[in-house]
Design a protein around this ligand. Structure first.
Ligand code: HEM
Length: 181
């Protein structure tokens, strides 16, 4: 297993395009979330009683995988003291991202970006921000000459956004509506 090399001293200019693309992705989701008329459409929540519990549990799955991401990233940077195979970080990230897709599709297509309740406004903005940061991180990943702080910062922001998304949706659902499938 490889431990990540000492971060390069490259300049931040190489991040311009990834950050621009990330910003545009977040903005596009926000504009779509506001511009289109919410459809109220709900997919057949396989095995769940309704769309909301399905979304709450899928988001919880993504949240748990994001924690695996952080722990495995600490191991990759040699900060954990135990060695976790690199594949764990890659696959937990891919699975976490995949779990958010049907949820965010329902949020954006059926509900749109709402701002009447502070929790829902925070949630909606975090949702757009999450995909923006994720886009920037994926585009910055291959840039070997990017500054050493790039992946920890973008990874940390993506994790923080997902924690905020979980708190403003699943945690709210489980504590207000109840822990149900
Ligand atoms: C991309 C932008 C997103 C927007 C605009 C958005 C918007 C919304 C809105 C308006 C609701 C209804 C809130 C309510 O009335 O209670 C909602 C619910 C929910 N969203 Fe999102 N969301 C987004 C992304 C996400 C993402 C990425 C996740 C998960 C990773 C997520 C998870 C949930 C869950 C679990 C619920 C149901 C619980 C609840 O009603 O609060 N959302 N979303």
């Amino acid at each position: 297993m490889t431990t990540l090399q000492q971060p390069s001293r490259g300049t931040a200019t190489v991040l311009l395009l990834p950050l621009l693309a990330g910003g545009l992705a977040a903005l596009a989701l926000g504009v779509y979330g506001r511009a289109h008329t919410p459809t109220g459409f709900a997919v057949g929540p396989a095995g769940f009683s309704a769309a909301l519990p399905m979304k709450a549990w899928l988001t919880t799955g993504a949240f748990v995988l994001a924690i695996v991401q952080v722990v495995s990233a600490l191991s990759m940077w040699g900060r954990l003291g135990v060695e976790i195979p690199d594949g764990v970080h890659r696959w937990s990230g891919r699975l976490a991202f995949l779990l958010t897709i049907p949820v965010a599709f329902h949020c954006l297509y059926a509900l749109g970006l709402q701002y009447d309740v502070p929790r829902v406004l925070a949630h909606s903005l975090l949702g757009c921000f999450f995909y923006g940061v994720f886009t920037a991180k994926m585009l910055a990943l291959p840039k070997r000459d990017a500054p050493g702080w790039t992946l920890p910062v973008l990874g940390g922001l993506a994790f923080t956004a997902l924690v905020g998304l979980w708190l403003t949706s699943s945690f709210w659902f489980f504590t207000v509506v109840g822990v149900k499938v």
